[in-house]
Design a protein around this ligand. Sequence first.
Ligand SMILES: [Zn+2]
Length: 383
Amino acid sequence: MSEDGKTHSHALPLVIGIDLGGTQIRVAILRGVQILSRAATLTGQNPTPDRVLERIYTILQQVLDTAGVTLAEIAGIGVAAPGPLDNRTGTIYSPPNLPAWKSVALRDILQEKYQKPVFVENDANAAALGEYMFGAGQGCRDMVYMTVSTGIGGGIIVDGKIMEGASGGAGELGHITIDWKGERCTCGNIGCLEALASGTAIARLANTAIANGQGAELLDFARTMLEHTSTIPDKGALPKFDFNTQPLDAEATQILANNDTTALSLSAHTVARAAEAGIPLARAIITQAAEALGVGLVNILHIFNPEVIILGGGVMQMGTMLMDPALRIMYERTMPANLAGKRPLPGESATGSGARIVQAQLGTNAGLIGAGALLYYYQHLEG
Ligand SMILES: [Zn+2]
């Protein structure tokens, strides 16, 4: 990195980034934030290591061919993968989306195959690194990245380094406790941020209210909206909120065919649109999720005192409807020193701009760009 703390793309070597997700595998040839070529394929049913590796090999060759680049020109390969994994050995341990990956030494497998340096990092940490080096975190040393979509993930950069923790488990921001007498989360803890503010949580709150007979107006809105959706030829114009949950078509089919209100399953997307349209129940649900998010931000500011908190993921597309209540809580409850942002260096003026809460810049490419960034990160650390 240069003295201004920014990473200049033109000086960087070519790398390969692999974003290994539960639904999609994406591979790109990268030079910093610049994507020379990119390809994606479905992870597929029954994603055993052998099947997934075959797919990776195929699209990796494809992106090399498309970019007109040979393997000899590539400095190394970075992989963003779902945890749990050990980034020091590059071994993946049965992530929920890849259950057949029981202790797979992905780094060694790829290193053997391509004879290049390979780094494997959990996807949220890789995305945090991508934002740190090439996105909204450029120029800062202490930042927290949080992605709010189906689940909530996090990555923490402290003094320019990814915070891994003793066993690689640091940064589980979705599972910090917000409501200590709340409901059990899938992780085993109680009242987690993810169980209160994720897209899944928003959908669950709405469906519970409907099942309890409180959601007539919301249900009417959903039926009307989804009827409309299923007759619009250009559905691409519709989804403003992408929570990676169920496709709107599937939701429409299910809701319109089903008269049993206890068996419905509205998506967070529909709840967000209903809130936008002013349906009180939907607004209340979004506000509640937003307040939980605000409490999460308070906790993050108190523990890490970052210069910036970067928020990504589909749920953030709700904009002010979500951020206004969240920021209100954050400003009301955070200790002033931790809101103040950067501590002035000797000779600098003390008027800090304050801890900034900003939108992620790399969008859906954060994982890919972050995977590639692993090469620059480790070369920088070791060099
Ligand atoms: Zn949890």
